[in-house]
Structures are given as C-alpha cells and as structure tokens.
Ligand binder design. Structure first.
Ligand code: EPZ
Length: 447
C-alpha cells in the first residue's frame, strides 16, 4: 500500500557556488599526480549498496560534487551514509523510509536514475524523477524503463515522474538493448540480482566501471558474471550481504592529464593510472605522435619538443573498448595543435561537439559539420579568452586549452568541473600550472 504519509521533502542540496577559473597558459607542466577513483564507478557502487540492509564500505571514492549529491539523495530516502574520512564512504540501507527520488536530485545528476533498479528490486516500489544531467544531448531513460518492465515492473510516467512498482518480486528475463547503454546495463544488473530467476543482459556495456560494479555485486553474494564480452548473466538471489570495495581509478581523469602534458610541451607522470583501460586513447595519442609510456599503473607522457612532430589523425568515439566519448573533447584539444586536418566522429551523443565553438574562440581552427562530425585543422597557437563551460568533460578540456594557450583565460562555470574531477585545480598547481579558482564576480589579481 502506498505510504499514507505525505512525501516529506528534506533534500535541500547546498546551492553550488558559481565559480571561475583564471589561468595563465603557455607554461610546460611537469611532475606527477595520483589519479583519483572513478566518478562513473563510485556513483553506481553507492546505488548498489541499497540492495542490502547490511553495511557496505567504499574506499578511493573521489571527493567530488556528484558523489556528495548521491550521498544526500540516499540520506533523504532514509539510507545511512557516513563519510568517516576523506575518500571513504559507508552505506547502510536498513530502514529506507521514502521511496521518492525528487526532481532536485535528478536535475543535478543523471546518475540518480541508478536508484530505480535497486529500489524496485529491494522494496518493490519507487517514485523517481526523470533525470537531467549534462547538456550533451537528450539523454532519455527509455531503455532503463523498458528493461524494468521486461523484469516485471509496472511503470507509469506522469508530470516528470516515473511511478514504478513490482508486485511480488521482479522476475528474471532475457533483456535485449537496441544499443549499448552503460547505465541501462547497470540498472538492469542491480535489479536482476534480487529478481526471481535467470536474467541475460545483451548487449551489456563493457566499460571498466561496469565490471567494477559487477565485482562488487559478486562480493555481496550476487550470482552475476560476464559470460561473453557483450553478455552479462544473473541468477537472482533472495538477499545480498554487505561488502567492502575500492573504487577503480578514473580513466577519464587520467586521459585528461595525459593531454595536459602533451599540449603544454611538458612531462607528466600519472600514478595509480588504469593503463589497461586506456588502450584506444593511447593509440590515438601515439598516432598523433605523442610519446606515451604505460607500465601497469604508471603512465608517462613526454610532450617536450613535440610542436613539430604532432600529426593530425581521424578519431571516432564508440562504446568500450572503443575510444571513450568522454575523452573526445580532450583529444580535440590535442588535435588543434597537430599538423593537418583531423576528422572527428562523435557517435554516442548528438551534441557533444558543441563545445568546439568555445575552443574556436581560443584560436583553434574547427569546423562543425553536423551534430556528429567536425574537422580540426592545425597547428594553431591558442590564445587566452573568456569562455563558458557547458558540460563536465568540455569544461576540463577548456582548462587544457587554457593551459596550452598564450596569455590569460577566464573560464566561467568552473563548478561543472568539480562535479567529476577531484581537486583538479590543486592537481594542476602541483604540475606547475598558474591556475586560480575564484567565486564568480570576484575581482582578482592576475594569477
Ligand atoms: C554513461 O552515461 C556515463 N555516465 C557518461 O559519462 C558516458 O559518456 C556514457 O555512459 C557513455 O560512455 C555515468 O556513468 C554516470 P549511455 P549513460 O546510456 O549511461 C542513449 C560523464 O561525463 N540512451 O551509455 O547515461 C543515449 O542518449 C558522463 O561522466 C537512450 O537512448 O550513457 C546515448 O546516445 C557523460 N535511452 C547512448 O544511448 C536510454 O534509456 C549511450 O548512452 C539510455 C541511453
């Protein structure tokens, strides 16, 4: 029976202060930084902890805004979320009170939709807002909803909210996605672990973060495995136990810092880097003429004296193990410095090339052909400018461009970047960058 009490709304996320980065570019970066835990793994692991009433402990959790929003969202539905020390979170979902994920949470972070599968599987009902997320396309969630319905859920959509219920228990099913969907795969995985019977998920996304989640579910006692490269199978269990888990390193952050070394003509070493998860990206850098050395968890990029040797090369994003769409924008900064014309094909999102207009305002020679195709001709010396960040990954790439540019840049919307990169300005300062982060509207001296 629906809870008779009116929905009591506690979640009031602290308004994120609008911030600016001021950067004086043109200085080679050098030194080493540690790669943080993966945002796109941590958010799903926190959601997966709802599948049990027992305590789960996560280490190497990045200190980023999206994790704080996920923690607040969980707390507001009654989940106990402790943050005993930096990069450590403990979750206990014993007495979830409210099965309501509000607009405020969803509008701030698309990954809030990851609560659909586990709440349905464990409690049999949830009201959840249609998520917002980055400005990189329509970002529908129809494939998530279709998967839940295939597992036996009844879901209605009214006024921006999904009203979902699973009378009795979810039932195992053969799930067929028309395209690869990372969070669609992950939502289905979480729901299937407590469903009655066998579930096959195909094509299952192959991103490393999906396998990190799968490993955690196995520690919880779930009978789940990747039976073929694009197939995950689950035998539902009645309950799962608490478990501890260390979040894997963030391959997107690693790739971002690799480009920083290349485009500033410096030498950057990354520690705790996921070399094995960056093969397609490293291949692009090597095709462009960047010297990259990968040794298990250490990556070295030597950009010194590279001005002449950088070569244009065509890139095309694809689901893993292809070139990550999240690394398309950092790669484009590199291509703006390469000799010749590079063709960029963004296959995953329909407007993830829009940000190139901002790169063009810094002097890059970019030509947007359509929503999925662009051309970049170089080398073009970038110059400082005032630019605006639209989404998380483009924001980090504008920082890269500003570090490579001659002169000072002002980057508006810096708060977008703190959603997904732990201490990004502090890490760049460690590498010798001249970067300062100020509240918008602050008059500052030049860095
Ligand atoms: C995940 O988003 C990541 N986010 C994204 O990273 C990443 O870019 C993306 O996977 C692709 O690798 C998190 O893990 C939190 P999809 P997700 O479902 O799962 C369409 C970042 O910056 N689609 O794999 O939402 C969709 O529009 C973010 O960290 C539907 O049509 O992406 C896209 O064209 C950005 N219906 C394609 O599928 C659906 O129901 C692939 O998207 C779901 C997706």
């Amino acid at each position: 029976m629906a809870d008779a009490r009116p929905f009591h709304w506690e979640f009031r996320p602290e308004p994120v202060a609008r911030e600016i980065f001021r950067i004086e570019g043109g200085r080679p970066l050098s030194g080493s930084v540690r790669v943080s835990g993966s945002k796109n793994a941590a958010l799903k692991l926190l959601a997966a902890a709802i599948l049990t009433g027992e305590r789960c402990r996560f280490s190497n959790v990045p200190e980023i805004e999206d994790v704080r929003v996920m923690a607040e969202t969980l707390r507001d539905i009654g989940v106990v979320v402790d943050h005993p020390e930096k990069n450590i979170y403990e979750v206990a979902s014993g007495d979830v009170e409210w099965l309501f994920v509000p607009l405020e949470a969803a509008a701030k972070m698309r990954a809030s939709f990851m609560l659909l599968g586990p709440l349905l599987a464990r409690f049999g009902r949830v009201i959840i807002s249609n998520p917002g997320g980055d400005r990189i396309g329509r970002r529908p969630v129809n494939l998530h909803v279709d998967a839940m319905r295939a597992l036996g859920a009844e879901i209605e959509y009214r006024n921006g909210y999904y009203f979902a219920r699973a009378p009795g228990r979810l039932r195992g099913a053969e799930l067929r996605f028309p395209i690869v969907t990372v969070m669609g795969t992950e939502n289905a995985m979480l729901a299937a672990t407590l469903a009655d019977g066998h579930t096959v998920i195909r094509p299952a996304a192959q991103e490393p973060e999906v396998d990190d989640l799968l490993g955690f579910l196995q520690k919880m006692g779930a009978e789940i495995e990747r039976t073929y490269p694009d197939t995950i199978e689950v035998e539902g269990r009645k309950r799962l136990r608490g478990a501890d888990h260390r979040v894997l390193s963030d391959r997107i952050e690693a790739g971002t810092f690799m480009i920083a070394g290349a485009v500033t003509g410096g030498r950057v070493t990354l520690e705790e880097a996921p070399c094995d998860h960056l093969e397609a990206f490293v291949e692009v850098l090597q095709r462009a003429g960047v010297e990259v050395a990968c040794d298990h968890t250490i990556i070295e990029v030597d950009g010194r004296g590279m001005d002449e040797s950088l070569r244009a090369c065509d890139i095309e994003t694809a689901p893993y193990p292809g070139l990550a769409t999240d690394l398309q924008s950092p790669a484009c900064v590199l291509l703006s410095q390469a000799r010749g014309t590079s063709r960029v094909h963004e296959t995953v999102f329909e407007d993830r090339l829009e940000w190139l207009a901002e790169l063009g305002r810094m002097g890059a020679n970019v030509r947007l052909i359509d929503d999925h195709h662009a051309e970049i001709t170089g080398p073009r010396r970038l110059h400082g400018a005032e630019v605006e960040i639209g989404d998380l990954r483009a924001g980090a790439s504008l920082i890269l461009a500003a570090l490579a540019a001659k002169g000072t840049s002002t980057i508006l919307g810096a708060h977008h970047v703190h959603r997904g990169y732990e201490n990004i300005d502090g890490k760049f300062l460690e590498l010798g960058a001249r970067i300062e982060r100020v509240a918008e509207g602050t008059v500052t001296t030049s860095p």
